[in-house]
Design a protein around this ligand. Structure first.
Ligand code: SF4
Length: 178
């Protein structure tokens, strides 16, 4: 449904505003990388703009921070409707490794409504371009089967009855592997 709306509302081009509310710059570099001629996001009509007033989409990087909360909300409010928000990276999507620190509020969805998430730390430029193009209906969704293999990981278990004193030191004489 949201995808259909996107197709109708943003049929030709998407102007994006790049907002970092407190990330480490890893995601910023990948977003800007996606906009360089190498990845050529402009072939999909994706264009970077300097003001949220001209933007259809906000690309958020970094977690929601106490220090930047108001600025992020103001930038969102300044965007004309209809508008979309992408949370790019683990910090924007879930708070990242900083989620429980004193200055962090959590994911950016605590400050602005997020429509799409592109995970990664940082996500590769290909993933960012693919995610935005997917939303615009310009590419087909691809799903790859992932088989997670649990490796054998033996854990030694010690029993108090196996404790013995050897040369003045108390130590376990045997252990059971589970
Ligand atoms: S997701 Fe990773 S690369 Fe992106 S801002 Fe957070 S720590 Fe940095």
């Amino acid at each position: 449904m949201l995808k259909e709306l996107c197709r109708k509302m943003f049929p030709r081009s998407l102007w994006v505003y790049h907002a970092n509310s407190g990330g480490c710059n890893g995601c910023d570099i990948e977003v800007l990388n996606a906009l360089t001629p190498w990845y050529d996001a402009e072939r999909f009509g994706i264009k970077l703009v300097g003001s949220p007033r001209h933007a259809d989409v906000m690309l958020c990087q970094g977690p929601a921070m106490r220090a930047t909360e108001i600025a992020l909300r103001r930038a969102y409010d300044a965007m004309p409707s209809p508008k979309l928000v992408f949370a790019i990276g683990s910090c924007a999507g879930g708070g990242g490794i900083w989620h429980d620190t004193y200055s962090v509020l959590g994911p950016v969805e605590k400050v602005v409504p997020v429509d799409y998430y592109i995970p990664g730390c940082p996500p590769r430029p290909e993933a960012i371009v693919f995610g935005v193009a997917l939303v615009l209906g310009l590419v087909e969704k691809k799903v790859v089967d992932i088989h997670v293999k649990q490796d054998e990981f033996p854990i030694p278990r010690y029993h108090p009855e196996d404790l013995e004193e050897v040369d003045g030191t108390v130590k376990y004489t045997k252990s059971e592997v589970v």
